[in-house]
Design a binder for this molecule. Structure first.
Ligand SMILES: Cc1ncc(COP(=O)(O)O)c(C=O)c1O
Length: 402
């Protein structure tokens, strides 16, 4: 007998849950795409996105997913044969590097063991070794969604400054934007990438390129640039549809407007704080499960963990059984375990919990309780009182006079 009933709960790390408000905002007739409400909405969306990123530069919007904005970021800045340094902390850094190599860019990789902090000394020595200053940019993800690690972007910036290397700093915050702080101006990041389908709580289909001032001189000489990807008319359109190189993603813009309203109403700091506390609930539960058996957070150090997703390693095959049980018996879909693109694509000993975007204590605690039930039902060895550990974290962080 299955207890899966009513709305199915999606706990994968993107696409994330789309709030009813966002769905309702998208449920409308097509608007005029030359003047009127959509033009105003787009202006306000760009302004709020810049506020969320603390970006004083420009924002280009693409109809597309994360891969689209990866390609846009590379085509706008580089020429065939240019050298870049990609910090490979997991599948997504690797994916960006593979795309760059496929475009004919000369990619140098700093390989980082998944879940372990970037070795800044190693990065410094690679940058120091680049005496001819051939490396045009350093690329890193903020959160590697497969590993669920969080890279310390401020340390990368410090290393670049310490070495005195002029390379651009390009950050993929596709999984973390809207879930944890990103201060583009404060960090001196030159390029920031994001997309609609994770912390921004909007269906997949909008990809965002935040552009710092230093980037424009690279753009002038980039021979990989093509008319569709070109960011210049997108940020300086002479006519509204040029923002999008054609028809705008009309309904997505309405959805994103509503999602940003929700973020601004809650308050940006409160959104980040909610993500931090809910992430800590997950880690507390995993630590308790791990007291007996194989369950562990894939990222050992708390400081290196993402606030948006947690990858949990299990004994061989257990993650797959648990995911299937939770989906079929509870109506909760957990994220698959992702390995590297060059080796094993799907891991049978890892599952992931997405805790990004539209999430609150009842839904997250429900997910943890369903996993706990699954571990018992499947007789997967685990420690006790995991849900209690998570609720303790909540009670410690919420105060009020009642
Ligand atoms: C950090 C990161 N970068 C890039 C991507 C690729 O995005 P998409 O699947 O939308 O192309 C993802 C997808 O999960 C991601 O998490």
């Amino acid at each position: 007998m299955s207890l899966a009933y009513g709305p199915h709960h999606l706990a994968i790390p993107g696409p994330s849950i789309v709030p009813d408000r966002v769905q309702r905002a998208m449920h409308r007739a097509s608007p005029n795409i030359y003047e009127g409400e959509l033009v105003d909405i787009t202006k306000s969306v760009i302004s709020d996105l810049k506020r969320l990123a603390n970006c004083s530069g420009d924002v280009a919007i693409y109809h597309g997913n994360g891969h689209a904005v990866w390609e846009a970021s590379l085509c706008n800045l580089f020429s065939r044969g240019d050298r870049i340094l990609v910090i490979n902390t997991g599948r997504f850094g690797e994916g960006w590097a593979i795309m760059a190599a496929g475009l004919g860019i000369d990619v140098v990789s700093l390989e980082v063991e998944p879940g372990i902090a970037i070795d800044q000394e190693k990065l410094a020595s690679m940058l120091e070794g680049d005496t001819g200053r051939q490396i045009k940019a350093v690329l890193s993800v903020q959160t590697d969604t497969a590993v669920s690690s969080r890279n310390d972007i401020a340390s990368i910036r410090n290393t670049l400054d310490h070495v005195g290397h002029p390379a651009l700093l390009m950050i993929d915050a596709i999984a973390s934007f809207g879930c944890e702080p990103f201060d583009m101006d404060g960090l001196g990041a030159d390029v920031l990438l994001s997309a609609s389908q994770k912390g921004l709580m909007t269906p997949p289909g909008i990809a965002l390129l935040f552009i710092g001032e230093r980037v424009w001189s690279h753009h002038e000489t980039a021979n990989l640039n093509t008319p569709y990807w070109d960011m210049k008319p997108r940020v300086q359109p002479t006519m509204f549809p040029e923002h999008f190189c054609g028809t705008p993603p009309t309904h997505h813009l309405y959805g994103l407007r509503e999602a940003l309203d929700m973020i601004m109403e809650e308050g940006i700091d409160a959104v980040w704080n909610r993500h931090r506390i809910l992430a800590q609930c997950v880690w507390s539960a995993v630590d308790a499960w791990g007291i007996d058996g194989d369950l562990r957070c894939r990222v050992p150090e708390v400081a290196n963990r993402s606030l948006a997703v947690t990858a949990i390693s299990t004994g061989s095959g257990q993650a797959v059984r648990l995911r299937r049980w939770c989906e079929q018996e509870m109506g909760v879909t957990l994220g698959v375990g992702l390995g590297s693109r060059s080796t094993e694509a799907i891991l049978d000993n890892v599952f992931r919990i997405g805790h990004m975007g539209h999430l609150n204590p009842p839904t997250l605690l429900g997910v943890l309780a369903c996993i706990d039930a699954g571990l018992k039902a499947l007789k997967i060895p685990h420690g006790a009182a995991a849900v209690e550990a998570a609720t303790r974290r909540i009670s410690e962080s919420v105060s009020g006079n009642y």
